[in-house]
Ligand binder design. Sequence first.
Ligand SMILES: *[C@@H]1O[C@H](CO)[C@@H](O)[C@H](O)[C@H]1NC(C)=O
Ligand SMILES: *[C@@H]1O[C@H](CO)[C@@H](O)[C@H](O)[C@H]1NC(C)=O
Ligand SMILES: *[C@@H]1O[C@H](CO)[C@@H](O)[C@H](O)[C@H]1NC(C)=O
Ligand SMILES: *[C@@H]1O[C@H](CO)[C@@H](O)[C@H](O)[C@H]1NC(C)=O
Ligand SMILES: *[C@@H]1O[C@H](CO)[C@@H](O)[C@H](O)[C@H]1NC(C)=O
Ligand SMILES: *[C@@H]1O[C@H](CO)[C@@H](O)[C@H](O)[C@H]1NC(C)=O
Ligand SMILES: *[C@@H]1O[C@H](CO)[C@@H](O)[C@H](O)[C@H]1NC(C)=O
Length: 554
Amino acid sequence: MASPQLLIFSFSFLYLFFTTTLYPTATAADTSAASVGGSWSLLQKSIGIAAMHMQLLPTDRVVIFDRTDFGASNISLPDGKCREDPRERALKKDCTAHSVEYNVGLNSFRPLMVLTDVWCSSGALMSDGSLVQTGGFNDGERVVRVFNKSCGKCDWEEIESGLVQRRWYATNHILPDGRQIVIGGRRQYNYEFYPKTVAADKAYTLRFLAETNDPSEDNLYPFVFLNTDGNLFIFANNRAILFNYSRNQVLKTFPEIPGGEPRNYPSTGSAVLLPLRVVQGKVAVVEVLVCGGAPKGAYVNANKKTFDEALKSCGRIKISDPEPKWVMEVMPLARVMGDMILLPNGDVLIINGASRGTAGWELGRDPVLNPVLYRPYDQVNSRFDTLNPSSIPRMYHSTAILLRDGRVLVGGSNPHVYYNFTNVLFPTELRLEAFSPSYLDPSSSKIRPKIISPVTQTKIQHGKQIIVRFTVQNQVDLNRISVTMVAPSFNTHSFSMNQRLLVLDNGNTTKLVGNLTYEVNVTAPPSGYIAPSGYYMLFVVHQDIPSEGIWVVI
Ligand SMILES: *[C@@H]1O[C@H](CO)[C@@H](O)[C@H](O)[C@H]1NC(C)=O
Ligand SMILES: *[C@@H]1O[C@H](CO)[C@@H](O)[C@H](O)[C@H]1NC(C)=O
Ligand SMILES: *[C@@H]1O[C@H](CO)[C@@H](O)[C@H](O)[C@H]1NC(C)=O
Ligand SMILES: *[C@@H]1O[C@H](CO)[C@@H](O)[C@H](O)[C@H]1NC(C)=O
Ligand SMILES: *[C@@H]1O[C@H](CO)[C@@H](O)[C@H](O)[C@H]1NC(C)=O
Ligand SMILES: *[C@@H]1O[C@H](CO)[C@@H](O)[C@H](O)[C@H]1NC(C)=O
Ligand SMILES: *[C@@H]1O[C@H](CO)[C@@H](O)[C@H](O)[C@H]1NC(C)=O
């Protein structure tokens, strides 16, 4: 019988084999560190478009879209429809789709009709579960689009002039009052809200965005998180502020990240708000982790065909501290255009991207095929693991999101102005894959919890008790049960907007209540500051192994 090590070795070998045969021009990054853990599966050979933006809906369907001015995609619009748009830059008449809806359960997809250009846009899931997407380019730059989750055959609905300003490369966040804030975008040093509460609602100046702008515009798609005090943490380029958006006031300026290298588009790194642990209605520690990116000047250099090595560092900061300081850590692999995904057990997956160059057309080199895992609460210096590689480079315009079953959906990669499948270093990528972290290995099935109740789509209320019943085959370590809630995020350009994980207070109440059956009482997050109203995936985690999630709506 083959030992596990041997199996892992032979799988890695196979992956490398495919990598080198399928992509002779794409040299894999240095993966000399032993890679263990996780597995990849190809879900679709082609979904017809390059997955530039992705959002999971509470129906376990994923809305995916790229842009309308890429030329013809590889999937036709439904019912023989065509889009005729005199303002369109690529094709005045286009009978192909630039958006699809992927059904996770059935592993199927259908084309959607998007009317105006959604290129490099942003969005968020509203509290009713519909996706509200904002902006884009050209005729789409001030359009707001709604995708209603409630009907199986829904398509995009577009609201002309839904925005006051053009929003291209902006970041959105859902607010405790149910609106979303839309921050920045190219040459937009301001923010606005959607929906508008008063008809005359305007855009409000945000000088920080002008201050962090530089010749490379290394401050686009700022990293935005709702702090548990209701203010926004906004990181752009190499520094951050704490911001009261209703008063338009900077409350705190955080120190510059050590080294001063840029972390936002086009020097694209990524960032997450680390798990928020709620204890007796409070979150004592709020931390942000920023990883990867490209050194200052890398975009200018890449345009001159010098592809600088990506950043290997992460900065972690306790934004809840009175005097916050960055603590630097080193990743096993340098990475630009990586996505950081919170897994249900609180670990952070760093996936996709390249080890040289920057974001932008044709500017990335040397794909990093291995994801890396970061365990935030392990000893410093033993937090990272290099995981098993994919065979598919995921360069500029690639995406990753967490699914309710614990897998991570990976798609996209198109560093070209059009869909280019031949004679290019990184062909436009239409394949959809899933990465299964090692917690999904069958070897963990005996300790994996299975939620019995509540049923999926249950309504919960801020601060109220939720009784969660679950089964586990093997004996449970009662001290190693936790219940987490993860918000489904809007992913594009290596950043997941609205990504948030809460570890609920369980008061150590886990107890055996029947044959292999356990019950734990948890308290729902106390307020919209800690968890804005809307849909979340709820997981029971035992010894770091998560159950399949259920949807709850708060
Ligand atoms: C996409 O369509 C183009 C043009 O018809 C074709 O050459 C190419 O093989 C297709 N690619 C994929 C991945 O389906
Ligand atoms: C979504 O569709 C459902 C069913 O057709 C409808 O009841 C609901 O009002 C729609 N929601 C929005 C926000 O349009
Ligand atoms: C922001 O400032 C306004 C006006 O002073 C205040 O009412 C509000 O509570 C502040 N927001 C937060 C989250 O503290
Ligand atoms: C991609 O395809 C377009 C249209 O077919 C072509 O004009 C362009 O040169 C190609 N881009 C690259 C990088 O080869
Ligand atoms: C739960 O157990 C942990 C560790 O055993 C302990 O630190 C904590 O105070 C306990 N919480 C409650 C509410 O009893
Ligand atoms: C959970 O809460 C319910 C209702 O408040 C209570 O009846 C039950 O005893 C609690 N269970 C535990 C394990 O604390
Ligand atoms: C306990 O539950 C398991 C799984 O549901 C079942 O196979 C087993 O027969 C049950 N045992 C008893 C004693 O009820």
